[in-house]
Design a protein around this ligand. Structure first.
Ligand code: FAD
Length: 508
């Protein structure tokens, strides 16, 4: 059933006690609610309504220090379905490598492994309507595969795609008809009440936009409000524990991680290879050049002491200027100052001669960084909660990973005479800093790491079952629990983890 707290007020909850209360109806919250509703009664609190609204979205405003970032109220959505209302649908499970601790990456590694999430692969794929058909590789791909396999560098890789599934749309009717789920819209969680000893949650406080407030007793509470809001909730609920819930070791909000997306440089294809690529995507036929992906090999990452990454090769839609041979185009690429080669690049789609036949991207995980963090700033929202400050930071290994991936790719490409690569200057510069967000460096709106998982309470906020250390019935769901983040987009793993958490709650 779905009700609106603005209309029902506390009447909807009078005399009721739910087995599980979940905060947030995004991919994590909806997945857990559905999975639990077979056997348990669920209260699903959602701060927004069915549509985007200013009254809810403005609660996400916050400040930014450190590296700079996108406005915090544009990088996520605060209504039924959560940020899946505009996600891109690119999916991939985390790799075994991503769960391992690596000696050259401090704080890396999960207390669980890929084998713990594998049982949920099929179910998660059905939830996000994953297209599992592998596209037929273009004929020229074998040449690239061979080149990039040299030295154990990288292997061909496929991302899978969700249509993308908008969780609010897909599951609205099912939740409306569910006898065991009560989803309350416009219901903001504004406090978590603990028992006197502080070891268990007893009640939650809900507040509407008209500031009507009510308290509901809960048996178990799951916070599933997104990777930035999960720590904000724990930090703001500080009436009984001054530092916030689960924050006895000053970890809540720390280790904020993103996925870097680096546009690393341009490709000039050697004539024969260029013809082969051109033949696969003939101009004027409507066959769009497809991106080709290459994931880092485990051995290469370990040997070079870099993070996990994927290289994307992007052939341009109209290349092959028959008037310009490889060597002529190469001369342009080598000799042109940046602004001129950029302008060649820009005029490309207008059919003007250009030296570049495509470009390449490196997407990489970000190393865990204690100083990259979310804190509360002094400004308060209408419910009296402090807003967020994001101080996003990167480490030298983040820059080194991009530089090693880019130069290694360029070397393999040239050695196999597929063409030449012009790597952007910042990647070759002797400077350990990742440049600020720009045309070359993007973030992916993936918010991870801020309530990290570890068996030892001094190293993590939640345990291997996503339970907050020290509080027997408080859980966190979503990518905030990822201690190490791989390069894969997070939502597929969020869904797998949510199914696993639901199994735990069902059994416990
Ligand atoms: C532009 C964009 C593109 C993306 N593309 C991809 C992609 O291609 N692949 C991918 O894997 N990921 C992608 N993502 C990330 C993806 O959207 C998130 O990983 C996913 O939505 C996280 O799910 P969640 O349920 O943890 O959090 P959210 O989706 O953020 O849901 C949290 C829910 O909690 C509610 N809430 C918050 N605070 C409260 C409160 N106090 N009380 C009650 N309710 C509350 C919110 O209203 C919201 O409904 C993209 C994100 C963006 C912004």
């Amino acid at each position: 059933m779905i009700l609106d707290f603005a209309e029902t007020g506390s009447d909807a909850l009078a005399g009721r006690r739910f087995d599980v209360c979940i905060v947030g109806a995004g991919p994590a919250g909806i997945t857990i609610a559905r999975a639990l509703s077979r056997d348990l009664s669920v209260l699903l609190l959602e701060a927004g309504g069915f549509e985007l609204s200013a009254e809810s979205q403005q609660i996400y405003q916050g400040s930014i220090s450190g590296r700079g970032y996108y406005d915090l109220d544009t990088a996520r959505l605060r209504y039924f379905g959560g940020t899946s209302n505009h996600w891109g649908g690119r999916c991939q499970a985390l790799d075994a490598f991503d769960f391992e601790a690596h000696p050259y990456v401090p704080h890396s590694g999960w207390p669980i492994g890929k084998q713990d999430l594998d049982p949920y692969l099929g179910q998660a794929a059905r939830i996000v309507d994953l297209d599992l058909v592998e596209p037929e590789p273009p004929a020229f791909r074998s040449q690239l595969d061979q080149a990039l396999a040299t030295g154990g560098f990288a292997h061909p890789f496929t991302f899978h795609w969700s249509p993308p599934t908008v969780f609010g749309e897909k599951f609205r009717m099912e939740i409306e008809q569910s006898a065991n789920i009560l989803c309350l819209l416009h219901a903001n969680l504004t406090d978590i009440v603990l028992s006197e000893s502080g070891s268990a949650v007893t009640d939650v406080e809900i507040t509407g936009y008209e500031l009507a407030r009510t308290k509901v007793p809960v048996r178990r509470l799951v916070i599933a409000a997104g990777g930035m809001e999960n720590p904000r909730i724990l930090l703001n609920c500080n009436r009984q524990m001054k530092a916030g819930l689960g924050n006895q070791h000053d970890l809540v909000g720390r280790f904020f991680a993103e996925h870097f997306l680096h546009r690393c440089g341009w490709l000039v294809l050697e004539d024969d290879f260029g013809e082969a690529v051109s033949a696969a995507f003939p101009p004027g036929t409507g066959v769009r050049p497809r991106k080709l992906y290459y994931a880092a090999n485990r051995g290469f990452a370990l040997q070079r002491e870099v993070l996990d990454f994927v290289v994307t090769v992007v052939p341009r839609s109209k290349f092959r200027d028959s008037n310009n041979s490889f060597s002529q185009r190469l001369r342009h690429a080598i000799c042109a100052p940046d602004w001129l080669s950029e302008s060649f690049d820009f005029t490309f789609d207008d059919g003007a001669p250009t030296c570049y036949d495509g470009f390449f991207i490196v997407e990489a995980e970000q190393a865990p960084n204690r100083d990259s963090r979310i804190t509360l700033n002094g400004e308060r929202d209408q419910f009296g909660w402090c807003r967020l400050n994001l101080d996003w930071r990167a480490l030298p290994i983040d820059k080194r990973t991009a530089a090693v991936a880019a130069t290694e790719f360029a070397t393999r490409f040239a050695e196999h005479n597929l063409g030449r690569v012009r790597v952007k200057d910042w990647l070759l510069a002797d400077d350990s800093a990742v440049p600020p967000l720009s045309d070359d460096v993007a973030a992916s709106c993936h918010h991870m790491g801020t309530t990290r998982m570890a068996d030892d309470p001094r190293r993590g906020v939640v345990d291997r079952n996503c339970r907050v250390h020290g509080i027997s019935n408080l859980y966190v769901a979503g990518s905030s629990v990822f201690p190490t983040v791989g390069f894969a987009n997070p939502t597929f793993s969020i869904v797998q983890m949510s199914l696993r958490l639901a199994d735990h709650l069902n059994g416990g």
